[in-house]
Ligand binder design. Sequence first.
Ligand code: GSH
Length: 222
Amino acid sequence: MTSTKKQAVKLSYSPQACSFVPHVALCEAGIEAELILAQVGNMSKEFEALNPKCRVPVLAIEEEVITEMSAVLTAIASITPEAHLFGQNTMETVRVYEWLNYLSTTAHAQSFASVWRTERFTGDDEAYPSIQTRGVENVKDVYALVEGKLSEHESDYAVGSSFTVADPFLILIYFWAAKLNIMMEASYPRYSSYVGRLLSRPSIVEALKFNVGLRVLSAPRK
Ligand SMILES: N[C@@H](CCC(=O)N[C@@H](CS)C(=O)NCC(=O)O)C(=O)O
């Protein structure tokens, strides 16, 4: 991409949604973006026209409208390559995409969505409880996998030894545990301490101002 920091950048977001991740990335990259509220559950006709998939995040760079998490994050990172948001070398970039794809698909679109958007998985209301129960189990499997991967990796970050866009995505799904009343510290201590250390990072603090309601049930130890 040939974008520069001077181009008009707009992020459509919804509080507590996955748009938190590109918001953090924009802050990390030092890109001034206009934030446009596209409330999940009450999206405007204008937003539906912008993204007929009716999902946030949507990033607009001048006339380019970009959807889908990995694409949005790639676009942000390409504006400010010096921020190394996809890692410091090719293998780290590969690992960042490995996290993003897992978190977007297995974690978000399959596990969380089956609990929160059960109507997308069945037309049978009576099947909801069993799908949601399995969904919560799947979410816990995701947390267990994250716990294991982070435990194998002696770093304050998920990939390499610097902050990448994998980090805010992992923090986001940690916050989502509170919505499901999953107590994280006892079961996932490594994941909890990782999140605890990153919570005071300025980009996270800034993005949280637009995401009231994202929280942890108890402050994780650092
Ligand atoms: N495949 C999309 C999915 C994004 C997505 O599901 N976003 C949620 C918010 S976390 C959304 O906009 N949901 C609107 C709805 O379910 O009506 C991506 O990875 O960007």
